[in-house]
Design a protein around this ligand. Structure first.
Ligand code: PGA
Length: 335
């Protein structure tokens, strides 16, 4: 049996994660010499080098890689144990690591409010990022629970839909199509379009509908944030397709109009997911159940118009650009 202390393993894990003694020392509030002494003692105990230094960066050796994954299992096991003890004491306690796609940042913090109130012993870390980066986090097993809009091919996930995430065409209120109804999708060919960055799930869905309908929009701007796109729309730089959740707070009473384009809203859902083989912690199980149970009621309260096709609230009767047998009656949006 190797004689290593838990403290040495923690120091080693932080050093491996950062690839640097200095950054590990900063994270652990230790001095840099203390960190390197701890790693040296651990290396002696193991009997093989754990790192090799190339330039300023440290790289793990094969033994280092194996020790890192052993450390991760030990720490996860200890965290699970702590949670079980808290559960036996009748408390829910521990850390919950959540990673959510950018559109979910408009909803998830709202559900975390009542969750944290009910379970004050649970600490949450919330990471908001795009579809591609979430997939990378899944492959590295970085988080407990993920909220996504489409299931990636890899890794294997256990997945449940829990709320609608419709994608709408958003324009400034002054846009000439804002008062029109049933706009043929081909009319988007003439529009300056603001696109999300590569790797975004929203972008993928938009590219799919445009490809199916032979639409080649003129991409005037590419932006990596829903909020930045909203500001660009308000600034008159173009139109875009965004999740209806992105206009939760303002609706269509101010700067934005939802264009009634055929084929929209694109109907999508949010899914709550975790790695298929992963044994969920008590805290993660508790959140999963809470989300499934509470989100429909919370969405009804916050988003009564969610998922309904949307026109802008205005008394004026909009002009139907494609009137005929197929033209649909749409209800006003009330986000
Ligand atoms: P995105 O995810 O941030 O990757 O666009 C949003 C979504 O897929 O709904």
């Amino acid at each position: 049996m190797i004689h290593a202390t838990l403290h040495q393993l923690k120091v080693f894990e932080a050093t491996a994660r950062h690839g640097s003694f200095t950054r590990a020392a900063e994270e652990l509030y230790l001095t840099q010499p203390t960190v390197s002494i701890q790693v040296k003692q651990l290396t002696k105990a193991v009997g093989l080098p754990l790192f090799e230094q190339i330039g300023k960066r440290l790289y793990l050796t094969q033994a280092g890689e194996k020790l890192l994954s052993t450390c991760q299992s030990i720490f996860t096991g200890l965290e699970q144990f702590e949670m079980s003890v808290a559960d036996l004491k009748g408390m829910k306690q521990g850390q919950l690591k959540l990673a959510v796609i950018t559109t979910a940042k408009y909803f998830v913090p709202r559900i975390l409010g009542p969750f944290c109130k009910r379970y004050p012993g649970i600490d949450i870390s919330l990471k908001v990022t795009n579809h591609q980066r979430i997939q990378e986090s899944m492959l590295a097993n970085e988080d407990d629970i993920y909220i996504i809009s489409q299931s990636p091919t890899q890794p294997d996930l256990t997945i449940h839909p829990f709320l609608e995430n419709p994608l709408i065409v958003l324009a400034p209120t002054s846009h000439p199509l804002a008062q029109k109804k049933n706009i043929p999708i081909g009319m988007l060919n003439n529009e300056a379009f603001i696109m999300r960055e590569p790797g975004s799930g929203t972008r993928k869905a938009v590219e799919k509908i445009f490809e199916e309908n032979d639409i080649t929009v003129n991409v005037s701007l590419e932006l990596g944030s829903n909020e930045a796109i909203k500001q660009a729309i308000a600034g008159g730089l173009g139109i875009s397709v965004l999740s209806q959740h992105t206009i939760i707070s303002e609706g269509t009473t101010g700067e934005f109009a939802i264009l009634d384009v055929q084929g929209f809203p694109i109907e999508r859902d949010w899914y709550v997911a975790h790695l298929a083989g992963k044994q969920l912690s008590i805290v993660a199980e508790t959140f999963l159940e809470f989300l499934k149970e509470e989100s429909p009621a919370m969405a009804r309260k916050l988003l009564p118009g969610l998922g309904k096709a949307a026109l802008n609230s205005d008394d004026e009767q909009p002009e139907d650009l494609d009137a005929g047998e197929d033209s649909k009656t749409r209800e006003p949006l009330t986000v």
